[in-house]
Design a protein around this ligand. Structure first.
Ligand SMILES: Nc1ncnc2c1ncn2[C@@H]1O[C@H](COP(=O)(O)OP(=O)(O)OP(=O)(O)O)[C@@H](O)[C@H]1O
Length: 573
């Protein structure tokens, strides 16, 4: 049950409402049973023509019990739902606060649709823990105990039948159905995850699917996943209803048995016949209370699985919050060591990068080159803690990234990624994402440095920068990073869509602003690398060459071949 510890803790915070729900539930159950028992007794007594005052007392008791039952049912629903919503709110906040700092690394492990479905669905599913798993059995046991004690006063044998019926309807039958339901619930979980992944892909890829006229195929896949889920849910529902039907049937059978035994006891003069109808009504009502127990095991299992999945997301070693206690200073350019690092993505059979060893000294200028897919961006993502190493370690200023808070890393490093996000808003809003403390003139000067001086600061940028060309997006991203005050620069092909003249101008500003800073530049172009302190050449996830431009050219290895090839291509053009 340790997976349920978080939800149990959240429940303890709501102990007042939990307590009130149990008390109100007990009063409802007892009043309901009492109401029907009193009705049975009233009918029998009425046949014996008792004094009028006795009938008035009995009918008043029945009415009073009906009223108490209605009021306490309302109170039970009110307190139990208030407790549930407060528990869910607490869970959402707790879960979000724990998860939020690790969001990029988590996306390495889970597809976003799957993760979203997990968080939303699993937290929702936990509402059943309190409403259907925790307090109803407590109420049920209390009501049954009360009823059995009451029945014992009239007949121990009938009380024994009640105990037997209680054990069967509450434990034995639900347990039998649980075993059969287990596989179906696994299937439902799988189908739900498939559907949410398909739905996310469909939504994100909507435009491309339209352009490539693949909508119909994808829509069919999505509908297929949806009907698979519906099918499994139907099957799950069938088992649940089956269990409830068996429980209801058993409750009726027990009532008939009580009637039979009662009739025998009355005929043998061991019991007064006036109580017979009351005992039968008692049996019918109290076993009605046990019908919802049919869904208890499946709700318990589902709650455990949901809580387990939620805590699993947080417990992965790479998200170990305890270790992250150190802050990285952004005053000083970083010294970076990558030691024997392997990165392998989930469900991939080969590592994306393997046994990588790289040292990037403070204030040095490093270029990372290599064919597409050779692992350059993964290396950069490692430094930024956007992916985590399966093996080996990355040290920033001598401290493992695992011990550093993500915020301090992201603050210390000025990053331009291959694809940069722009938000709906003005040019100024998008530039000030990095640091709000810039003057208008420094923002304009950043725009000038990247040849975007034709943009006004209040010009509109559409969602995801849709009204900008690829080159403009790259230049805006460069302007944004030029406004950051980190002393380490990680630039992943920041000028790949730009013409050579603009590229040269931007780099001239960059080298001037960052002359003492650590710079890592990922690039496909091999021109302008002569002044780099080191060039790292990657191929198929390995670092295959390292050195200055002269050293690599003298080596006549992979870099030399790439350079020759580039020269040939340029001469043809
Ligand atoms: N999220 C991911 N899941 C699985 N594999 C991935 C993921 N991201 C990258 N890879 C794999 O890792 C390898 C290296 O990718 P990376 O993006 O580092 O290449 P790159 O050298 O930057 O390429 P490019 O120059 O085209 O940007 C590739 O084989 C890629 O398929």
């Amino acid at each position: 049950m340790k997976e349920l510890s978080t939800v149990t803790k959240a429940m303890i915070h709501e102990k007042k409402d939990v307590f009130l729900s149990i008390i109100a539930g007990f009063i409802t159950g007892t009043a309901g049973v009492g109401l029907f028992a009193a009705s049975g007794y009233l009918i029998s007594q009425a046949a014996l023509e008792p004094p009028l005052y006795a009938l008035i007392i009995l009918t008043s008791t029945v009415k009073l019990l009906g009223l108490v039952r209605a009021l306490s049912r309302y109170a039970e629903r009110y307190y139990s739902h208030r407790a549930t919503f407060s528990i869910l709110r607490r869970l959402r906040v707790t879960f979000y606060e724990k998860l939020e700092p690790f969001a990029p690394a988590i996306f390495q492990e889970y597809q976003s649709g799957d993760l979203l479905a997990r968080i939303v669905g699993d937290v929702e599913r936990l509402q059943n823990y309190f409403l259907r798993v925790f307090y109803p059995p407590i109420v049920l046991i209390m009501v049954f105990l009360m009823t059995i004690l009451f029945v014992m006063y009239f007949s121990v044998l009938i009380a024994f039948v009640f105990v037997l019926g209680f054990l069967l309807t509450t434990f034995v039958i639900p347990a039998w159905f649980t075993v059969r339901q287990k596989q179906i619930q696994n299937n439902v979980g799988e189908k739900r995850a498939t559907l949410s992944t398909n739905a996310t892909e469909f939504l994100y890829g909507f435009r491309d699917l339209k352009v490539y006229q693949q909508m119909d195929g994808k829509a069919k896949e999505l509908l297929g996943a949806s009907s698979d889920l519906i099918q499994e849910q139907k099957e799950e529902g069938r088992y649940l209803i089956g269990n409830q039907a068996v429980n209801t049937f058993l409750a009726l059978a027990i009532s008939v048995l009580v009637l039979g035994i009662g009739a025998y006891l009355v005929s043998e003069r061991h019991m007064d016949g006036v109580f017979l109808a009351m005992l039968v009504m008692l049996a019918i009502t109290v076993f009605e209370e046990a019908v919802p127990m049919a869904s208890f095991p499946s709700h318990l299992r589902e709650s455990k699985r949901a809580a387990g999945r939620l805590s699993h997301t947080l417990q992965s070693d790479s998200f170990n919050i305890e270790q992250r206690q150190f802050e990285l200073s952004r005053e000083k350019p970083l010294h970076i060591d990558v030691n024997n690092v392997d990165v392998q993505f989930q469900n991939e059979h080969r590592p994306a990068i393997k046994d990588v060893n790289v040292t990037i000294p403070t204030g040095s200028k490093t270029a990372i080159v290599g064919a597409s897919g050779s692992g350059k961006s993964i290396l950069m993502a490692l430094l930024l803690k956007l992916v985590s190493a399966r093996q080996g370690d990355v040290l920033l200023n001598g401290r493992s990234v695992n011990e550093l808070t993500e915020e301090s890393i992201w603050e210390a490093i000025n990053v331009v990624m291959q694809e940069n996000h722009f938000f709906y808003g003005s040019v100024q809003d998008n530039l000030l994402l990095t640091n709000q403390a810039h003057t208008m003139s420094s923002i304009r000067s950043a725009l000038q440095k990247v040849n975007l001086d034709h943009l006004a600061l209040d010009d509109h940028i559409y969602e995801r920068g849709e009204n900008l060309s690829d080159g403009e997006k790259q230049r805006l991203a460069m302007a944004r990073v030029l406004l950051k005050d980190g002393r380490t620069w990680v630039l992943d092909e920041p000028t790949s869509s730009l013409d050579a003249v603009t590229e040269k101008k931007i780099f001239a500003h960059l080298w001037q602003q960052a002359k003492d800073d650590t710079i890592i530049l990922i690039t496909h172009r091999l021109t302008g690398l002569e002044n780099m302190d080191q060039i790292i050449v990657m191929d198929e996830g390995n670092v295959i060459e390292k050195g200055t431009y002269e050293q690599l050219m003298a080596m006549k290895g992979h870099f030399y071949d790439m350079k020759q090839l580039e020269r040939q291509v340029l001469s043809v053009l």
